[in-house]
Design a protein around this ligand. Structure first.
Ligand SMILES: [Mn+2]
Length: 228
């Protein structure tokens, strides 16, 4: 039996519906904002492909979530190998500052075709972002909409990487959207972020409206309760 059911309909645009099936004792109570910290995502392969060369991971720790969104160069099997290698390196570098975690992923996937990578560390009061290549992130909170900027480059290719971290304080509840360039080639316009939707429905709405079928497509939506 579903524990939550969400439905959203717009005239002429169809209906989105999602059912959540959750275990009786959610592990997310460890994050410190148990009632409002949630995630929803879609990760789809390019049209005609069996596997997606994008991947994502969310690791919940004490008072924070660590997030990876990776877009293996191109699409298909070899892109998926790069994305899987990045996911493995992400999990072994969870305790590190984001810049060091990015460098560790860079080393870990050298020899693959390379990837665009975004790392986020989200607590109720702050979001940190470290991105290299075309993965976009946007924070919507009470103060407005804020794009988080990636540096150009390819993780796993070439010499030393020079990643940088952007920090944003969060004032109250926030909705954070991270997406690869298979969902809108550019950063999504802030007007597309509808924070009243559940994370799963918002992710569904974004991928339904903005997916570019020739590429793998990933959108991840995270909500946070803030410090209030
Ligand atoms: Mn892509």
């Amino acid at each position: 039996m579903a524990t939550r059911f969400h439905i959203h309909t717009e005239p002429g645009r169809g209906t989105l519906a999602a059912a959540d099936l959750t275990a009786p004792t959610p592990t997310r109570s460890r994050t410190g904002d148990a009632d409002t910290a949630a995630e929803g995502y879609f990760c789809l392969p390019a049209a005609g492909e069996q596997v997606s060369g994008d991947a994502l991971a969310v690791a919940a720790g004490i008072g924070r979530r660590d997030v990876l969104v990776v877009d293996g160069l191109g699409h298909g099997h070899d892109a998926a190998i790069a994305a899987r290698a990045a996911t493995g390196s992400f999990h072994t570098s969870l305790g590190l500052p984001l810049v060091d975690a990015m460098r560790s992923i860079h080393q870990g996937i050298t020899g693959t075709r390379g990837a665009a990578v975004a790392l986020l560390r989200i607590s109720p009061s702050t979001v940190e972002f470290c991105g290299v290549g075309n993965v976009h992130a946007l924070v919507h909170d009470g103060t407005g909409d804020h794009h988080l900027l990636s540096r150009p480059g390819i993780v796993g290719r070439g010499g030393a990487l020079v990643p940088a971290v952007q920090r944003r304080p969060l004032t109250g509840p926030a909705t954070i959207v991270v997406h690869t360039d298979g969902v809108h080639g550019q950063p999504l316009p802030a007007t597309e972020i509808v924070p009243s939707l559940s994370p799963t429905l918002l992710a569904a709405r974004l991928i339904q409206r903005h997916r570019q079928p020739r590429d793998d497509a990933t959108v991840l939506v995270l909500t946070t309760g803030g410090t209030a």
